[in-house]
Structures are given as structure tokens and as C-alpha cells.
Design a protein around this ligand. Sequence first.
Ligand SMILES: [Zn+2]
Ligand SMILES: [Zn+2]
Length: 173
Amino acid sequence: VFRIPLERADTEPVVFDERIELDAERLAEDVVTVGPVAVKGTIERSGEGYVLSAEVAGSGQLRCARCLEPFDVTFREAVCVKLQSVAQAPCEEEMRLGREDLDVAFYAAPELDLAAIATEQLQLAVPMKPLCREACQGLCPHCGANRNTTRCGCADEEVDDRWTSLAEWRPGR
Ligand SMILES: [Zn+2]
Ligand SMILES: [Zn+2]
């Protein structure tokens, strides 16, 4: 459904603006939910290939790497890439010469897959270690309580000096 035959862009630029539902579970481990992803832009003929210029935007929930709670996020990624047929892949020499140009992507099938573009951009937008906030306190390593919301009272590994005597006083430590 969200595939645009590239030949449609041979005569004039093709403008697209779609809303695509993606399966959160198949995107990335930390993605809990994702709303419809808006993919809009243009694809137009350029020399031997095509130039794709698009914006991928949406919102969803990621799981915090520290406290494991889901939190809301929005994302907006811009993609601008030159598409070239695999059959026309240039030799290394030409690759180097064209380097200062746009990024080049090679396609095997002569069509633009908007769902694949949305998936790729969304995966790029997910940080390595998503955090609900910079100062997230994470989970207590002893009892597993969420330290953002709970004061579990467990002694910390790095105990403030003033509390050392108190910590030592606890039975079993
Ligand atoms: Zn967190
Ligand atoms: Zn605790």
C-alpha cells in the first residue's frame, strides 16, 4: 500500500503524505508503543537515479533504561538521500568523487517503500539508552523499588559520610 513505483517520478516529482501504523514490538527493544507515523516528502528524478527528501514524525513511548518505566516521546527525523539502482552502482573511483554530494542509497526493487523508510528513521531516533529524564534515579539495586517515586530506605553502595554510622548500625550489614 505504501509503495511508490519509482517510475512514477520519471516525468515529475511525486509528493507523498501518509500515515503509517508500525508494529512497536518489531521496531526496537525499548519501544513500548508507537502512534501512527507521518511520512511526507517528495521523490524526484535526478540524473541516473532519484532524490528522496522526506520527513518522518510521530510519537510513542520508550522504556527508560534506568527505572524501566515507559515515558512519552515525540520524534521528527529528516531524510535526504540519493537513490540509485544497484545495477548502476558506481565503481569505487566514482564513489569517492561523488562523496561531497548527498548520501547515496541503492535499491534493488524499483519502488519506494514508505513503511521501510518510517521504520528505519524511527529506529535511528531511538537513543541507545533512553532515559525518562536526565536525573532518573533508577531502581534500587537491593529491593528493586523505583527510586523516583519510592524511598525504600535501603543503604546505598556509595553512602554519604554523614550516614555511614547509621548504615553500619543496620543489622546484617
Ligand atoms: Zn527512568
Ligand atoms: Zn531498596
